[in-house]
Design a protein around this ligand. Structure first.
Ligand SMILES: [Zn+2]
Length: 388
């Protein structure tokens, strides 16, 4: 992503975008201290999200067997599969390692109940670099948990997004905060919440059809290959936003395109470094940003945070409308999708350096982000009564 200084045209563009985005009612659903504690106790984020935790590759079939034997949702809590460490490898677009990381995601979601996968694979023109020129293959992976009985009316989805590609230079760059840790946090979130979401839908099948589903996007090609520009960056996000905008919905659905199935687009980026400070960026979705801050406060009050005694990660007092960041949300925002951008300002000190690796991640910060985001999504989806 790129941080740009605000200018008049950028500010005017943002104002125009705010007008495009339809006003959203606040869900205002939050887990209580007790519910959040029960949720996290039932499924602790560590060690699966530790950058130092390795397990043997666990096959989808063996994890399904664990699931049917009563372990929580495909995972044995005494020996959970490593979620983060398999992503801590260079994973440039089109590389073998990118395939390995996608397989890691697919194996994980295959082992969870009821998730469906959609692949958006495409070839794009790229600038010449390191002997590669012309065209390169990219693959976005989308996983969905869809409410039952929603065949007549397509579901809307709370959509959580992180990019999995890593920068081509410097050679060997890992991108632990950028964005391996956010990807692993989304894997953890899906694993933790699936049984509660399914329990909610099972409890009232007829009401479930109107519920919001959960959609997780692992985006490819966020990074520039040579130098950041409108054409050399955000390859995956630009392709997916265009694709979904072109996929029209019949008029009776009241939505123009598949793009409008997105209830809220929540982009996680550059998370996992010590002492982050994440502002709210958009007035129109500041209610959601404040809800995330409220979940953080609940987590800290309940003693669930490992980064004790520090200022909160999410600073929701002010909306930072005058900061302009190019990131995977932009192709969606410019098409009217409501966005929450969870990214620290300033960026982590390791940003785009070789130090953005597992050794420089804060396990405690990764843990706390997992608690905050998972707890907030549980509230958003109305899971409180099904947790405790
Ligand atoms: Zn980056």
């Amino acid at each position: 992503m790129r941080l740009r200084l605000p200018n008049i045209s950028g500010l005017l563009k943002l104002l125009a975008l705010s007008a495009l985005v339809s006003c959203l009612p606040s869900q205002r659903r939050q887990l209580t201290d007790f519910q959040l504690s029960a949720l996290i106790d039932s499924h602790p984020p560590l060690p699966a999200l530790s950058p130092n935790y390795y397990t043997k590759t666990t096959t989808a079939s063996s994890r399904s067997a664990q699931s049917s034997s009563g372990a929580s949702n495909g995972q044995n809590n005494n020996n959970p599969a490593a979620l983060l460490t398999p992503i801590l490898i260079p994973r440039t677009p089109g590389s073998e390692n990118a395939t390995i990381v996608r397989n890691h995601f697919t194996t994980h979601f295959d082992a969870l109940s009821n998730w469906t996968a959609v692949t958006d694979a495409f070839t794009a023109t790229v600038p010449e670099y390191g002997g590669v020129m012309g065209m390169l293959n990219f693959t976005n992976l989308i996983f969905r948990l869809t409410p039952p009985g929603s065949d007549d009316m397509p579901s809307r989805y709370l959509t959580l997004v992180a990019h999995y590609d890593s920068k081509i230079s410097p050679f060997g760059f890992i991108g632990a905060t950028d964005s391996a840790a956010p990807c692993a946090i989304l894997m953890y979130l899906a694993e933790t919440l699936t049984p509660y979401i399914l329990a909610r839908w099972k409890a009232d099948i007829s009401a479930a059809a109107d519920d919001t589903g959960l959609q997780i996007i692992f985006m490819d090609g966020e990074e520039a290959l040579v130098e950041w520009s409108d054409k050399d960056s955000l390859y995956g996000a630009r392709h997916l936003a265009e694709l979904w905008e072109a996929e029209r919905r019949p008029s009776q659905f009241g939505r123009l395109s598949v793009l409008q199935d997105i209830d809220l687009f929540v982009l996680l980026d550059l998370l996992g470094a010590d002492s982050p400070s994440v502002p709210c960026f958009f007035e129109i979705t500041s209610w959601a940003c404040r809800d995330i801050a409220e979940t953080e406060a609940t987590a800290r009050n309940a003693g669930l945070a490992k980064t004790k005694g520090r200022k909160p990660f999410v600073q929701s007092d002010n909306v930072m409308q005058n900061v302009f960041i190019d990131d995977d949300h932009m192709p969606f925002l410019t098409r009217g999708t409501p966005v929450v951008h969870v990214i620290p300002i300033p960026f982590p000190t390791v940003w785009h350096t070789m130090d953005d690796d597992g050794a420089h991640l804060s396990s405690d910060a990764v843990h706390d982000w997992a608690v905050i985001v998972t707890g907030w999504v549980a509230g958003y989806l109305g899971l409180g009564d099904f947790i405790a």
